[in-house]
Write a protein that binds this ligand. Structure first.
Ligand SMILES: Nc1ncnc2c1ncn2[C@@H]1O[C@H](COP(=O)(O)OP(=O)(O)OP(=O)(O)O)[C@@H](O)[C@H]1O
Ligand SMILES: [Mg+2]
Length: 249
């Protein structure tokens, strides 16, 4: 089981869009895939038409004895399950803080699922918190969407520093450019400049209204507009991610 977290400090940069599309691609490739919507906004749950509700809320789910399996929902996509968001996740930090080894808790909760899933995607809320720390401990790979702007790039440096501090030397941190508007000089320049950064994935996701339509279609863009530039971007990202993990990137 490989755990892929999509997280950064900044909000609205395409985390959920990436998590939803990559989880879909993973499942359609035949990997048994779980998407855990950790954001109280519940956007990933919404896109897959799953009600953002967890019986007992986040507090109960984090208990050492609690089994995640009964909370997992199927989706319309074969091989793709979803662990929905819940509005109580807004207090997940406090719930974690009240427990022993809070940083290890998400890894502990996911461990029993190791034989059931090949890939687990974590769609995380923005900001830095005890939840993010626990996410970093649970993840094998951290995907970081970065809009080519100063603040988003600064967010990436903060994520890198935070990951280093969290003591996860083995964590593979893979930033990629998201919502790229090539008409903007600043975007073009930043993409070019970071072309020299070996960690950055080469694939950039373009800014495209077809992605925004996910909210109306309630499906990943790779499902309803597979030949769009954005969908091809997510396919490229998925291929590159796999190549990197196989050591060939
Ligand atoms: N490549 C894109 N082109 C155009 N719009 C996009 C793109 N990616 C995401 N969006 C839109 O931008 C908004 C934010 O995207 P998304 O929800 O994926 O970001 P996020 O980082 O998960 O946000 P949050 O921090 O709130 O969880 C959404 O309305 C989404 O439809
Ligand atoms: Mg999101």
């Amino acid at each position: 089981m490989r755990v892929i977290a999509v997280w950064t400090i900044k909000g609205g940069v395409g985390k959920t869009a990436a998590a939803v599309n990559l989880a879909y691609l993973s499942a359609t490739e035949g990997l048994r895939t779980l998407l855990w919507d950790l954001d109280p906004q519940g956007a990933a749950s919404f896109y897959f038409r799953v009600r953002a509700k967890v019986k007992g809320g986040g507090g109960k789910l984090l208990r050492r004895s609690a089994d995640l399996r009964p909370l997992v929902r199927g989706t319309d996509v074969e091989n793709l399950d979803l662990l929905p968001a819940d509005f109580s996740y807004r207090r997940l930090d406090l719930e974690l803080d009240a427990r022993k080894d809070p940083e290890e808790r998400l890894a502990l909760k996911l461990a029993p699922l190791a034989d059931e899933y090949d890939a687990v995607f974590l769609d995380c809320a923005p900001s830095v918190s005890l939840v993010s720390e626990s996410v970093l401990r649970a993840a094998d790979v951290l995907l970081v969407p970065v809009i080519p702007t100063t603040l988003s790039l600064r967010g990436l440096e903060q994520v890198r520093a935070f990951a280093a501090k969290a003591g996860r030397q083995s964590l593979v941190v893979l930033p990629f450019f998201s919502m790229v508007d090539r008409r903007k000089t600043m975007h073009r320049d930043a993409v070019e400049l970071y072309g020299a950064d070996a960690q950055f994935l080469r694939t950039a996701i373009p800014m495209a209204s077809v992605v925004e339509r996910m909210g109306v279609r309630r499906a990943p863009v790779v499902a309803y507009a597979p030949s769009s530039e954005a969908a091809r971007g997510f396919c490229g990202l998925w291929a590159e991610l796999n190549a990197r993990l196989a050591g060939g990137g």
